[in-house]
Structure formats: C-alpha cells, structure tokens
Design a protein around this ligand. Structure first.
Ligand code: PMP
Length: 507
C-alpha cells in the first residue's frame, strides 16, 4: 500500500501541522489519493476517480516518458544554472520554437507566482514606472506583489485597500458584464474602458506600464470559462495598442492554459491572431507535468534593460538539469501523442455534449471555453442570471460520490470547470456528462424547475418549433436564424425580449 497512515490520522496530522488557510478539495469529506495514471487517480482503497481538475498533469499523471527523463537526469546530475549544461539551452531553444521569434529570451523559475513576480520586475525595469492594469477577477499568484494585482484575491479581504498603482479593468464579459451581446461593438467599449483607466492614471500623475491578461482566456481562458468573454481576436489587440501607446508592456499569463490546451494553438495568446505578440509571457503549471518549474519569456530588448539595472539574477533551482529534462520530455509527449489535437477534438466533443445539456436543463445557462478548458455556468434563472451556486456545489459532491473529480469556479462559484489532463477521451466526456445529466434531472425535479415549452415561430410561410433555449441563445448572440422577425406564439416576442434584457436586431 502507498499509505503511511490511516486516512483519519492523515487528517488529524494535517490539522495539527499544516496551515489552516491551506484548503483541501471536498473539505466535508476529503479524498486521499495515493497514485495516479493518465486521467485517472486512485484512492487508498484502490478506487478509481476520473480527473477533470488537474490541468497540471498535462500529458497525463505519472507519464512514463516524463518520469524516466527526470529519474535518469537525477541519477546523473542536478545542480544550479551557474554551470553550463546542455539541457538548459536545449530546452530554451525548444520552447522558443513554439513562440513568435521576438520572444527569444528565457528565465527559468519554479512556480507561476515566481514567474509573474519576475515579469513585473522586468516590466518595471524596462518602463521605469510601476502602474499595472489588471483584469477584474484575475489571479496571478500568491506572493505579495501579485496579490496586489489579483482582484480574485484582494476582494476576499474585508478591509482590502487597492494599491494606487493598480487599475482594475472590467472583464470583457458578454454574459454578465457592462457591455453584452446586444451592444453594437463591445470589443471597442471594453478597450475604451482600458483607455479610460490609462487616461485617469495619467491625470493622477501615474504612468501605466503593464497589462496583465490572465492569458486571454485564463483570466480570459480562466475568465472565459468563469465568465463569458468576447471572441478572442476582439479582446486584446485594442487594449494592447492603448497600453503600448501609454509606454506600457503587455504580459500574457499563460500559467493555466498554455502548452496546447486551447487546441487550435499552442499558446492561448495566439487566439488573438498572428499579429498579436505580448512583450512577456509567463508559464507554469503544465510545463513540468507536476514537477515544480516555470518560465518567463521576453524580448531581447526587455532582457537587456533588466541586465542594465546592474543586478544579477540568480535562482537556485530555476533551470536545473532535472527540471529541463522533464520540460523537454513534456514537449516530446505533447508532440508524439498529438495532445494539442486531442484537446481540440475531445474539447469540441465535450462542448457539444454540454450544449445538449443546455437544451435539456434550465439550470445550464451558458457553455464556453476552448479546447480542453471548458466551463458550464449554472443559473437558477436564465433571464435574471441568478447564480446557481449551491446547485453547483451539490453537483460537485454528487459527482465525487460517483468517482468523478470536478470543480466549480468563477466569481459566483457557479461554473463547472473542466480542465482535465490532455489525454482525456470522448468516452470520459460521455461518462461525466451522462452523470451530470442524471444529477441535474434530480436537482431540477426537487426544485420544480422545468424547461419552458418549445417556441412556435412563423416566418412568412415557414413554420418551425425551436426550443426556448435555442431561441434565447439566438437572440443573445444575434444569430440570424430568421430572415424576418419571427412571430412567436407561445411567448410574445416583446416579453421574451424583455426577458432577455436585449434590444435585438429584429426591433
Ligand atoms: N497565474 C495563473 C493564471 C494561475 O492560475 C496561477 C495558479 N493558479 C498562478 C499564476 C500562480 O501559480 P503558482 O500557484 O504556481 O504560483
């Protein structure tokens, strides 16, 4: 057995010796995992769980190629990067090959927080000023400099005071934000918001130096999953221009969603289009498949400015030969097993299955994401968008009883968040969605929630029945499903429009 103590004893010791602010998953009834393989985890009794939580185990838990690479290098040598070693330069070269040419200089560190903290230092040194624009709800790390720029964290403190040099931009949220699907040009409206922040900062005598996007999805993939954001190519280039014009740099935090997870691209910032190149990219979590390592990549110009500050940068563990061997093996497996392709295929399949659930279950308000980073937002009321927070928790716990590990996130903790290892299969997707379907049916029955009947529409001589969910979605997204205004018989169009809170194109 892989257990040293019985589970109760582990819990007691944890309570005694581990900081009480360190939380466990499923705190009412935590699970003890003793081994894992691929997308499955096993508890102390050998019970198997399907893992939809661990994006860190990117190429699958305990992948033999990664384990072998780490073990072999550990047997040979591990030391700091003040000695020459081929693993370091080879890994930097391999990472660079996945990025735009201009991003060519790497700093290896040990966690996402360290990477983002160093990114801030690079930007401060390059631009000479300290102001930062961050997105609402963003999380960038646990060290003091990052808690300051992470609304997700500083909002948790009752007496939190936002630092004067931190400017919080609205998330470009099309579902609950200030500018929604009905807005004629939400991309410009949200970009203007960033520009206004910059102007206000200038008026106050501040200069704006950075903008952090939780990687276009991660507080844009993360955010995309937690809140519905604008299409990727609309969101960043404009604010990016505003920030550059103000003499700032753009930092893309890829800690959650890099390394092929979005399916179509290797990096989430690439969703913004070929022309968009951030000034600094930070990486973490999946980079070492669970081995603690991370990286900051930037341009030669920014790196030279950092060097000219005169201070040496040394990091005891960053870029050691073992970490680099592991990093290289992770890149090899992504390529060899076509995991980016798998994220695209299985992610698409999972999204379609969840979309079907939305047709069927009133509690499912919105499905979004890219590749194998998918969110399902639960609402008690599709019109008022009342978050179904307790229901989301209920689902998470019931799934756990059925040996599926899933988490709920977002500002209201009502978004079921799927970010499994990238070897997740269509069968796994079928299994988890089937179970969610049954649980939702039970919860909705208990709550007396029903899907409204289908909407009968007439468009000239064409008559069709569409589900209300389809109809509302069509309105919300401005899809042209009817060439003329449909006549709705079950609910009046006016009523439905009010319900949707939209002035839509048929008015
Ligand atoms: N950035 C993002 C986007 C993250 O999700 C996280 C961790 N959740 C971090 C930074 C911090 O990384 P770490 O926990 O490795 O310090």
């Amino acid at each position: 057995t892989a257990e040293t103590f019985r589970k109760e004893k582990t819990i007691d010791l944890r309570k005694k010796h581990i900081g009480p602010s360190c939380k466990v998953f499923f705190s009412h009834d935590p699970i003890k995992i003793v081994r894992a393989k691929g997308q499955y985890m096993y508890d102390e009794n050998g019970e198997r769980y399907l893992d939809c939580i661990n994006n860190v185990a990117h190429v699958g838990h305990s992948h033999p190629m990664v384990v072998k690479a780490g073990a072999e290098q550990m047997e040979l040598l591990n030391t700091n990067s003040r000695f020459l070693h081929d693993n370091l330069v080879q890994y930097a070269q391999r990472l660079q090959a996945t990025l735009p040419e201009k991003l060519s200089v790497c700093y290896f560190v040990n966690s996402g927080s360290e990477a983002n903290d160093l990114a801030l230092r690079l930007a401060w040194e390059y631009t000479g000023h300290e102001d930062v624009i961050t997105l609402d709800n963003a999380y960038h790390g646990h060290v003091s400099s990052l808690i300051n720029i992470s609304p997700y964290k500083f909002h948790q403190l009752a007496n939190a005071e936002q630092s004067k040099s931190v400017h919080v931009a609205q998330s470009p949220d099309l579902y609950r934000g200030s500018y929604r699907q009905d807005h004629p040009d939400p991309a410009t409206a949200y970009a203007d918001d960033v520009n206004n922040l910059i102007q206000k900062a200038h008026e106050k005598g501040h200069k704006v130096q950075n903008i952090f996007f939780f990687n276009i999805l991660a507080e844009k993939l993360q955010q995309c999953v937690c809140v519905r954001v604008l299409p990727y190519h609309c969101t960043v280039p404009l604010p990016h221009r505003h920030v550059h014009q103000a003499g700032g740099l753009f930092i893309a935090d890829e800690v959650q969603v890099g390394f092929g997870r979005v399916g179509t691209h290797f990096w989430a910032f690439q969703l913004q289009g070929e022309d968009f190149v951030p000034d600094i990219v930070t990486m973490g979590k999946p980079i070492g498949n669970g081995h603690p390592m991370s990286c900051v990549v930037t341009t030669r110009e920014v790196a030279e400015a950092f060097k000219n500050s005169g201070m040496e940068y040394f990091n005891t563990f960053g870029g050691n030969p073992v970490s680099c061997a592991i990093g290289l093996a992770v890149l090899d497996v992504i390529e060899k097993e076509d995991l980016q392709g798998n994220a695209l295929r299985v992610g698409g399949y999972l999204t379609r299955l969840l979309e079907q659930q939305k047709e069927k279950h009133p509690l499912v308000g919105d499905i979004r994401g890219r590749g194998l980073f998918v969110g399902a937002e639960l609402v008690r009321d599709r019109v008022k968008l009342t978050p179904a927070t307790a229901e989301a928790q209920d689902i998470i716990y019931k799934l756990k009883e059925q040996h599926i590990l899933l988490s709920a996130d977002g500002p209201h903790r009502n978004v079921l968040k799927f970010k499994p290892p990238m070897c997740f299969s269509e069968e796994d997707a079928d299994m988890v969605v089937e179970k969610i379907d049954l649980i939702l049916t039970d919860i909705e029955k208990a709550l007396g929630l029903q899907m409204p009947s289908t909407v009968h529409t007439e468009n000239g001589s064409r008559k069709r029945n569409v589900s209300l969910a389809q109809f509302i979605q069509a309105l919300q997204w401005g899809k042209k499903v009817f060439s003329q205004p449909p006549i709705v018989q079950v609910l009046s169009l006016k009523k439905m429009r009010e319900a949707c809170n939209f002035h839509h194109r048929y008015t």
